[in-house]
Design a protein around this ligand. Structure first.
Ligand SMILES: C[S@@+](CC[C@H](N)C(=O)[O-])C[C@H]1O[C@@H](n2cnc3c(N)ncnc32)[C@H](O)[C@@H]1O
Length: 320
């Protein structure tokens, strides 16, 4: 029986499914690129024994502190390290511990429930806080700069591309008109301006009309898609033979990046389709573990609303 999501913790999405796909060996080397509340990291560490290694990464210092204490409490014989860094620097993280290749790499993308629910981090539209949205509070770009300074065309593009927002132009124009009177300072301020810019039928949607705008601004502030591209560019080269990369994504943009990378790693041939056989000589890096993404089981969907949009894909590196 699964327990309800607690007030602090981020409830780890598809925990069992991730562990199955990572196929953890007790003496293997694993990287959790998105430590968050430490749920997945803890489950990995519990499966490791002497000789095993876990490197957990997060760019949010609060997540790093929390995960460190969660992992300390496991009392494992395996070595474990928690680093505050961007997962786009995967190579640096592994080089720091002289790790050549990992047996498993996990990325559970996006924000944690803890980040969303902590009002003064400024991620959420459902409670008021400063317009911030930085996963790393030391980063230079915050939501305040994006919303108050970006030209209307850039705002509209971000809303369209990162939020898949149909009313992107209309919302961007409304934001720019409003900020000329008074700059945006709070999440409630932005949420209200977005809601009032929406056509009436969109305002009546079951979910908050500002949710796509908030997603888009958050992705821009944290450079989420570029970081994922860089992680994907590095990850295949850092997997050991039979090592697996698992990507847990929460919107179609992230899922597409993972899916396309896996497809090109599995079939890197660039020869024209009508060539009788391959002449480019590109060698497949491995295989996709399941053709279709894994989604959350009904019992998880019932207790963890965040799992609704989750898609899990895995790739297995084959060297020999
Ligand atoms: C969905 S939560 C992970 C939750 C975690 N798996 C757990 O079980 O508690 C995503 C985490 O990834 C972090 N994150 C997102 N993008 C990152 C990046 N590019 N580099 C490092 N950490 C990142 C966020 O700060 C957040 O803590």
């Amino acid at each position: 029986m699964m327990s309800k999501v607690s007030d602090y913790s981020h409830f780890p999405v598809m925990l069992g499914e991730c562990m199955n796909l990572l196929a953890i060996r007790p003496d293997g080397v694993y990287v959790d690129c998105t430590a968050g509340g430490g749920g997945h990291s803890k489950a990995i560490l519990e499966r490791l024994g002497r000789g095993g290694v876990l490197v957990s990464i997060d760019k949010d210092p609060a997540a790093v502190r929390h995960t460190s204490s969660v992992l300390e409490a496991v009392g494992s014989e395996a070595s474990h390290h928690v680093l505050q860094m961007d997962f786009s620097q995967l190579d640096d993280a592994l080089d720091a511990f002289e790790i050549g290749h990992a047996d498993g790499i996990l990325a559970d993308l996006g924000v944690s429930s803890h980040q969303l629910d902590t009002a003064d981090r400024g991620f959420g539209y459902s409670q008021d806080g400063p317009l911030d949205m930085r996963m790393n509070p030391a980063a230079l770009l915050s939501a305040r700069e994006v919303v108050n300074r970006y030209p209307v065309g850039d705002l509209a593009r971000i809303l369209r591309e990162y939020g898949e927002e149909r009313h992107a132009d209309r919302i961007a124009r409304a934001i720019c008109r409003r900020r000329e009177i008074r700059p945006f300072e709070t999440t409630a301020d932005l949420a209200a301006a977005v809601a009032s810019a929406m056509p009436p039928q969109a305002r009546r949607e079951a979910q908050h009309p500002a949710r796509r705008t908030f997603q888009a601004v958050r992705i821009e502030v944290n450079g989420e898609l570029d970081a994922l591209r860089q992680l994907l560019a590095a990850a295949a080269g850092r997997l050991a033979d039979r090592g697996r990369l698992c990507i847990l994504s929460f919107h179609s943009l992230e899922d597409r990046l993972g899916k396309e990378s896996f497809r090109s790693w599995e079939n890197p041939c660039t020869c024209p389709r009508d060539f009788p056989h391959c002449v480019c000589g590109a060698v497949p890096l491995g295989k996709t573990v399941s053709k279709r993404p894994v989604t959350a089981a009904p019992d998880e969907l019932e207790i963890n609303p965040r799992s609704r949009s989750a898609k899990l894909r895995a790739f297995e590196r084959i060297i020999s």
